[in-house]
Design a binder for this molecule. Structure first.
Ligand code: 13P
Length: 255
């Protein structure tokens, strides 16, 4: 079965609840011409804007995700949000292990794995982020870094659960920098990621896995990137913050 394109907007720490209502109204209108059979679309606002996004996007083709999840069910974890809390709100997706969390908030492969297990327990669809830094790429370590991140994230995760996970490959040097990986470079890395998944879960499941690209994807390059055999969509930062650019990026990606 062909993989379905999946494009998600990671709003990061942008958009208050009032700004979310405004953006979602515009998205709902714009995305009316996008065929839901051709692409899955989601937006991931900050926690405080999730309720507004869910209310505003009800009845549209756009789903809502969160940007993080804690591994415990509840307890003394000041500032954290549990799977039960997200599920109750109607959240469908959750981003795990974004490079900004790894870089600024001490996220490790081990905590990514724990968060992934919690997301699966609460039946949220996880988007697990991996990616190398510029130093690592220039030092020829890209494959070793990605392999370690994949094996760490999926430790103890069974085949039935692997099927529910989306992987987002986001080269850190391409995030917010305007430097996109060339489609060929991204494709080569996606192919490698699929190979590691095949080692862990077999060829058939690896073939079905949705692997997004993230890092300066925009309306001008989404078509070329998503046209690559192993690139199944995108995780979008900057270009997801405006209805026009997010819509055009998605439309071009499936053209
Ligand atoms: P940009 O699209 O702004 O480069 O961000 C990508 C990203 O980090 C999405 O998670």
């Amino acid at each position: 079965m062909a993989r379905k394109v999946f494009i998600a907007g990671n709003w990061k720490m942008n958009k208050t609840a009032a700004e979310t209502v405004e953006l979602c109204k515009a998205l709902k209108e714009k995305f009316a011409d996008i065929c839901p059979n051709c692409v899955d679309v989601a937006v991931c606002p900050p926690f405080t804007s999730i309720a507004a996004a869910i209310a505003e996007l009800k009845g549209s083709n756009i789903k809502v995700g969160a940007q993080n999840i804690h591994w415990a069910d509840n307890g003394a974890f000041t500032g954290e949000i549990s799977g039960a809390m997200l599920k109750e709100m109607g959240v469908e997706y959750v981003i795990i292990g974004h490079s900004e969390r790894r870089q600024y908030f001490g996220e490790t492969d081990e905590t990514v794995n724990k968060r992934l297990q919690a997301a699966l327990k609460y039946d949220l669809k996880p988007i697990v982020c991996i990616g190398e830094t510029l130093d690592e790429r220039e030092g020829g370590k890209t494959e070793a870094v990605l392999e370690k991140q994949i094996k760490g994230a999926f430790a103890g995760i069974k085949e039935c659960c692997f099927k529910k996970v989306v992987i987002a490959y986001e080269p850190v040097w391409a995030i917010g920098t305007g430097k996109t990986a060339t489609p060929e470079m991204a494709e080569e890395t996606h192919k490698f990621i699929r190979k590691v998944c095949a080692e862990l879960y077999g060829e058939a499941l690896a073939e079905e896995a949705v692997i997004q690209y993230g890092g300066s994807m925009k309306p001008e390059n989404s078509q070329q990137l998503v046209a690559q055999k192993d690139i199944d969509g995108g995780l979008i930062g900057g270009a997801a913050l405006k209805a026009d650019s997010f819509h055009d990026l998605v439309k071009n990606a499936i053209a």
